[in-house]
Design a protein around this ligand. Structure first.
Ligand SMILES: [Zn+2]
Length: 482
């Protein structure tokens, strides 16, 4: 099902719909791609502003209620047995077609859309999440920082910049050894060797921890083993292209063999994913294909003769994305007929109408999607946008309530603040409109604009009111320095 000619380029440069589904702003914590590069932050501390992080990373997150809910359901049992349930760890899906997954702090597990595409079963993704949770539970990043803090700063910087390429070089050579290390100058080679040994130790620890978490949750470790095997085999034969995961997670044959020997002892080795979870997994992949792939690729992957729900889903999404709204709506209606209480089919119908310039018709399906999803904030934001785009003054108040509600659970969504500003504008409430615009600018990281708008909002708000206090907070924010 996955095409083997995996594209070298990522999709981050592809123009994407500027809607709640796929949105450009990167999450705040994104600064670097690999776990190794994370350590760079300890040497040149970066500011915590969204602006700086976005500029540094250029990474794009995929925001989608259906996929995020699936990731939560995959991760929660693992996080619980790892003792991390209370840390509110989020799985963030990145819009990148390469295979990668990594942790950078104690709050996020990052996984590329490419890894979800590659995973044949839920169990494979759960295996990757278990391994990454092993890094998190082991405090590996913090320890790597300590290790690096004692090394010479300049050489460590040089080394970190080169390490990804070097590991890739060694892999490309087909061997598991230090082929690339020969190219490193003498004083750095010692640090490099100890760092790689250290990374290797962490990988073994994360494998062990991951296998343990899977056993404690009654899940099979087979997916993790299968996936690692596939990745290490691919890297031997595909010299043109190396997944970033391989750079930060060296997978020599002996590591995979050791993991397999351990994993086969699990009483759950042969346990299969429940069919309903497999279906959700296949639907998530179909959705990613529909939104991220070109129509001919979708047609090849999901040919017309395939009447499965995932195939219908992918084709319906592709049809609306490439301008055939009429056909798309007919296909979505067929999906709704098959699963009348699936909120994401109504969400899709609303999104197709909204982006097709028919906002008034998007309202009813989006209201249904909000209700069926029990007020999923990202769907609320889309409904808010639909209500405003419909140009019906009578629904401005509903839009304000919807957007305010969504912001309680998505407090860093600039889109929601921009829409809220428009909704207040419709109502003629200019003070609140200014405040919401200031918050939108602030969330985007545009502090000068945020201050300017907040200053104006203050002149229009009753002094000391909650809204005035919020505006005053924005005016008085100190910029963080690099
Ligand atoms: Zn790892």
């Amino acid at each position: 099902m996955i095409d083997n000619g995996r594209a070298h380029k990522t999709l981050t440069n592809t123009p994407l719909p500027n809607k709640a589904w796929l949105r450009a702003p990167a999450t705040r914590a994104l600064a670097a791609v690999t776990a190794l590069a994370v350590a760079f932050g300890t040497i040149a501390p970066t500011t915590r502003t969204a602006q700086a992080q976005d500029a540094a990373s250029g990474m794009r997150t995929i925001r989608d209620t259906e996929i995020e809910q699936l990731m939560r359901d995959y991760a929660q049992p693992i996080l619980k047995v790892a003792g991390l349930a209370k840390q509110n760890v989020r799985v963030v899906v990145l819009n990148d077609r390469t295979f990668n997954a990594f942790v950078m702090d104690g709050r996020h597990i990052f996984i590329n859309a490419g890894a979800l595409f590659d995973a044949k079963t839920p169990n494979e993704v759960i295996g990757v999440l278990a391994h990454e949770t092993g890094h998190m539970a082991g405090g590996h990043l913090a320890r790597l920082r300590e290790q690096l803090a004692t090394a010479q700063t300049a050489s460590v910087v040089a080394m970190l910049l080169g390490v990804g390429a070097m590991v890739a070089g060694a892999r490309q050579g087909g061997g598991g050894g230090d082929v690339g290390a020969a190219a490193i100058m003498a004083p750095q080679s010692a640090i490099m060797r100890s760092l790689l040994a250290y990374v290797r130790t962490q990988e073994d620890q994360a494998d062990h921890a991951g296998a343990k978490f899977l056993q404690e949750t009654g899940q099979s470790p087979k997916g993790m083993v299968d996936l690692f095997k596939r990745l290490s085999n691919e890297s031997l034969f595909n010299t043109r292209y190396i997944d970033p995961y391989m750079q930060s997670h060296p997978l020599p044959a002996d590591r995979v063999a050791a993991l397999e020997a351990l994993a086969r002892q699990s009483p759950y080795w042969d346990k299969k994913d429940p069919p309903e979870l497999q279906l959700r997994h296949d639907m998530a992949k179909a959705k990613l294909a529909g939104f991220l792939e070109k129509p001919d690729t979708v047609a090849r992957r999901y040919p017309l003769g395939d009447h499965s729900l995932p195939a219908q889903y992918a084709r319906a999404i592709s049809a609306y994305r490439y301008g055939d709204l009429r056909s798309s709506i007919a296909q979505i209606d067929a999906l709704i007929a098959a699963q009348p209480s699936n909120p994401y089919f109504y969400e899709l119908k609303g999104q197709a109408y909204l982006e097709g310039g028919r906002a008034a018709e998007s309202i009813a399906p989006l209201r249904r999607a909000v209700a069926l999803s029990r007020n999923a904030p990202l769907i609320q934001i889309m409904l808010g946008q639909a209500l405003i785009s419909s140009n019906d003054k009578a629904v401005a108040e509903e839009a304000v309530e919807m957007l305010k509600n969504s912001l309680i659970r998505e407090p860093e969504a600039p889109d929601a603040y921009s829409q809220l500003a428009m909704a207040y504008g419709r109502k003629g409430d200019l003070a609140q409109a200014d405040l919401a615009s200031a918050q939108a600018a602030f969330t985007r990281g545009d502090l000068p604009t945020a201050r300017q708008l907040a200053t104006r909002a203050k002149t229009r708000l009753p002094i000391g009111s909650p809204a005035w206090v919020r505006a005053d907070d924005i005016v008085n924010v100190k910029p963080t320095r690099n």
